[in-house]
Design a protein around this ligand. Structure first.
Ligand SMILES: *Cc1c(COP(=O)(O)O)cnc(C)c1O
Length: 232
């Protein structure tokens, strides 16, 4: 899969260049390869090219893929990034290393209760609905302060930071505004005493803006795997 390898390198270069412009160490930014709708073989090929962290949106599809790649389980990091209904939390708590899309306390409580004792705490991000958010998921900025404190107190979760999905915007300047809002909230929560280290923001079309505003995980699908086909 020469395209995949080439695309991965190109995305790594975009991250490195944006980091350089921002005066940041590119190693402080993790590339999460969003493999939703793509087969396990593509994940295996990306793994062979050095990629380790993969993001999935749909529970059933994700579990099938994690199972098909069980031989690589110790080497891979699986991140759940899609909308999560409360009746679907158990397989996520049992199979993932991270959940970026925690958008209410109830989901966090269930993930904490269902996280198996033999696994380390589940890393989670609180999804925040910043201005111009395309999806309706996520807590508002004012709500985030209280919800973050409550999630941080749950025993089997490790609250790592914040996640957002800003609406597509034209210029890098326009793209930066919602990412900046998320970073400012992140700094406020840290000043309040929460030990957060993760800002999950930036996708194929706006990863530079996100890196300029401090992203530590960028979630990139299309620019690595190509356009998605939802017809199946
Ligand atoms: C699909 C998805 C991505 C990747 O989007 P691309 O534009 O394909 O890079 C990132 N984050 C979330 C939450 C997604 O659902």
């Amino acid at each position: 899969m020469p395209d995949l390898i080439h695309n991965l390198e190109a995305v790594q270069q975009r991250i490195a260049l944006a980091a350089q412009v921002a005066g940041r160490d590119a190693r402080s930014i993790t590339l999460l390869a969003v493999s939703k709708t793509f087969p396990a073989e593509d994940v295996r090929a990306a793994y062979a090219a050095g990629q380790r962290a993969f993001g999935e949106n749909y529970v059933q599809e994700a579990i099938t893929k994690v199972t098909a790649l069980a031989d690589l389980r110790a080497a891979l990091e699986w991140h759940f990034i899609g909308p999560l209904q409360s009746n679907k939390t158990r397989p996520v708590a049992e199979n993932f290393d991270w959940v970026h899309s925690v958008d209410r306390l109830k989901i966090a409580q269930r993930l904490s209760e269902q996280r198996p004792d033999n696994l380390p705490p589940l890393n989670v991000c609180l999804q925040v609905n910043v201005s111009g958010e395309a999806s309706k998921s996520g807590v508002s900025i004012p709500e985030a302060v209280e919800v973050a404190q409550e999630i941080a107190a749950l025993p089997k979760l490790n609250l790592r930071g914040l996640m957002a999905i800003p609406e597509p915007a034209g210029s890098v300047e326009e793209q930066r505004a919602p990412h900046r809002q998320l970073r400012e909230l992140f700094e406020r929560l840290r000043n309040d005493g929460l030990e957060l280290d993760t800002l999950s923001m930036g996708m194929s079309s706006d990863l530079e803006a996100a890196v300029l505003e401090g992203a530590t995980i960028v979630r990139v699908g299309t620019a690595i795997f190509g356009a998605r086909d939802y017809s199946n």
